[in-house]
Design a protein around this ligand. Structure first.
Ligand code: SAM
Ligand code: ZN
Length: 279
């Protein structure tokens, strides 16, 4: 059995059937609830809990995920991953960490590296992301689900939830997080990749993002800690192509002219890492 399928079988009891909400149990190559709803374990180590009317959300494309994996593999976002892992270490015995919109699973893997007893679930609406993130760490598995339609987890089961440049759904996070749990959110500041935004016509960060984040959290969470990670990255053209290709700008290729950029460019990474606890 792949490590991810093993982790899924171990964590099945925390998962909730998306049809009826009952807990799931491993059964052959599937997870099943007491009412008989059954969800196959993919051989790549993820389970699809997407059901009902097919979701309108498609998530990132395989090409975006390839670009993201290549960029992350270059270590350019390692300080962000370190800050996320340090923000709320998952050091309780048998801690469970959920990453929403996990993409490649890069940040979840970093959190698990620093928490030797923890296991992780990478949740994403994109199949390509579920496949990839299931392989991100030997103590991780992946779930295909749309975070906006509810998190397919039972109440008060998770010790940490992380959302890095990804959807949040605070009401659902509050439901699945344990009373002493922590929710770690990373969002870009207006300085993030600013040197590329103009020349390449990339999607800009909404300057109101912080206020919207606080408003969406109000009533569910209170802020416990906030740090900004801000540093220069030395990027060559291949890195720049990847950082453009992995983000929302990948959907708009108007006005971009990579060739007009210098061979190598100093680009700012700037991210706010916020830690929330129950209100
Ligand atoms: C900008 S990427 C960030 C990925 C990862 N956290 C990282 O920083 O490398 C956003 C991710 O959220 C996923 N996503 C978008 N909408 C979603 C939804 N409704 N439910 C779950 N995942 C979603 C996308 O497929 C994508 O992998
Ligand atoms: Zn069921």
């Amino acid at each position: 059995m792949s490590p991810a399928r093993h982790v899924l079988a171990e964590l099945a009891g925390l998962l909730a059937c998306p049809e009826c909400g009952l807990g799931l149990e491993p059964c052959d190559r599937a997870l099943r609830c007491a009412q008989g709803h059954s969800f196959d374990l993919a051989k790549q180590g993820y389970v699809s809990l997407l059901t009902g009317a097919s979701t309108k959300m498609t998530g990132d494309t395989p090409a975006m995920l390839d670009a993201r994996a290549a960029f992350q593999g270059g270590g350019h976002f390692a300080p962000i991953a370190d800050a996320v892992a340090a923000a709320a270490p998952a050091d309780e015995p048998a801690a469970v960490v959920l990453e929403i919109g996990a993409g490649t699973g890069y940040y979840l893997a970093r959190v698990l590296d620093t928490a030797p007893a923890a296991r992780g679930l990478a949740l994403d609406v994109a199949k390509a992301a579920a496949r990839r993130s299931a392989r991100a760490h030997p103590r991780a598995a992946a779930v295909l689900a749309d975070a906006w339609r509810g998190l397919p987890l039972r109440a008060k089961t998770v010790h940490r939830v992380v959302s890095i440049f990804a959807p949040r759904n605070p009401a659902e996070v509050a439901r699945v997080l344990r009373a002493d749990g922590r929710f770690v959110v990373a969002t870009p500041t207006v300085r993030h990749l600013a040197e590329l935004v103009g020349p390449l016509g990339m999607v800009t960060v909404d300057p109101d993002k912080d206020r919207r984040l606080s408003e969406s959290m109000a009533g569910h969470f209170e802020i416990l800690d906030r740090t900004t990670v801000d540093y220069p990255m030395k990027l060559d053209r291949a890195d720049i192509a990847n950082v453009v290709g992995m983000g929302p700008s990948a959907f708009h290729d108007d006005g971009r002219d990579l060739a007009a950029l210098p061979e190598s460019l100093e680009v700012t990474a700037s991210v706010t890492v916020s830690v929330y606890g129950g209100a």
